[in-house]
Design a protein around this ligand. Structure first.
Ligand code: FAD
Length: 285
């Protein structure tokens, strides 16, 4: 196995197209344990962290651009980013430990394609887009179109995510992310819920509700979104949000949580995240 550390996107693209079976990585916090566990070794490991564009955070004309290999600690440590996207920041800050977060990236969290990846529901709730380097250029797709199943993505061989684009939220809009883990920290979500709301006073005017770890990919819950829009997040609305989230789940049954448990927890997390997002947006609580 060869290690390569390109410093430009073009150089990385050439390495990938010229070496079939090669693989990109950022923090390697998923990749190294997988190789150690016996996954086939790539011919060339392409380190993305030496490419400036892939480790930068910029905000311009109401759009945030985050390099795909940016350590998540750089996001949680960015006050302006965290003020704009408190839920996306808290989701990024739940990945592993401080040590892990100095390495872990959104690109790796997304492209590892674990259903339990913490940043992905919050990225989808914020309508984030991924800019992908293709063989001869770039294409931009909604983040929710990248993961197609556990360990599976829609990226073609040799393609990689260069950066993420997220529009700054409109006025009176905020997000929140909550997850349930069996331990107090350093565990993978049994269920996760990201909610983004826009409020007009105490009334919700726009809603995104996205669940993680309860289906093969993250899922939007349109019924929960419909229940929230036009409501003041009264008890009946929150009960409808919880019921819709529970009903939308298609979870696995394993030692960390039964199907029934995951369904129940997803509903509770969705309504709690909605309440927090509304408070942050300056509306109902
Ligand atoms: C102790 C520990 C605790 C953890 N806790 C959590 C947790 O609480 N929540 C959570 O969600 N995850 C957790 N993880 C998993 C992991 O840290 C995260 O998924 C992390 O975000 C992966 O980022 P990375 O940069 O290290 O990915 P890497 O390991 O570098 O890459 C992961 C995969 O994505 C691919 N990839 C990486 N970057 C790109 C790109 N730009 N374009 C295309 N493909 C790419 C790689 O080829 C590889 O297949 C934990 C891991 C460990 C070891």
């Amino acid at each position: 196995m060869r290690y390569a550390a390109p410093t430009t996107v073009d150089e990385a693209r050439d390495l990938l197209t010229g070496n079939p079976g090669s693989r990109v990585f950022a923090g390697a916090t998923d990749l190294i344990p997988q190789i150690r566990a016996g996954r086939p070794e790539p011919s060339v490991l392409v380190d993305l962290k030496r490419i400036d564009q892939l480790v930068s955070i910029t905000e311009s004309d109401g759009r945030w651009t985050v390099g795909a290999a940016t350590p998540t600690s750089a996001l949680t440590g960015n006050d302006a980013f965290t003020a704009a996207f408190p839920g996306l920041s808290e989701a990024s800050g739940l990945i592993g430990s401080d040590q892990i977060q100095n390495r872990s990236s959104w690109g790796g969290n997304l492209c590892n394609a674990s259903p339990a990846a913490d940043s992905v529901p919050a990225l989808v709730a914020n309508d984030a887009r991924a800019v992908i380097a293709t063989g001869d250029g770039t294409r931009t797709v909604p983040v929710e179109e990248i993961v197609t199943g556990p360990g599976q993505t829609s990226l073609a061989d040799g393609e990689f995510v260069v950066e993420f684009e997220v529009d700054a939220p409109p006025a009176a809009t905020a997000d929140a992310y909550l997850r349930m883990i069996p331990r107090t920290e350093m565990d993978i979500a049994v269920a996760g819920a990201a909610v983004r709301l826009t409020m007009d006073g105490d009334t919700c005017t726009a809603a995104s509700v996205v669940l993680g770890a309860v289906a093969p990919t993250v899922i939007r819950v349109p019924e929960a979104e419909a229940a929230l829009v036009g409501s003041t997040l009264d008890d009946d609305t929150l009960a409808a949000v919880a019921a819709a989230a529970s009903a939308a789940c298609d979870p696995i049954d394993d030692k960390r949580g039964t199907v029934e448990y995951r369904r129940q927890v997803a509903g509770v997390l969705a309504k709690r995240a909605a309440t927090i997002a509304a408070e942050r947006a300056g509306g109902a609580s």
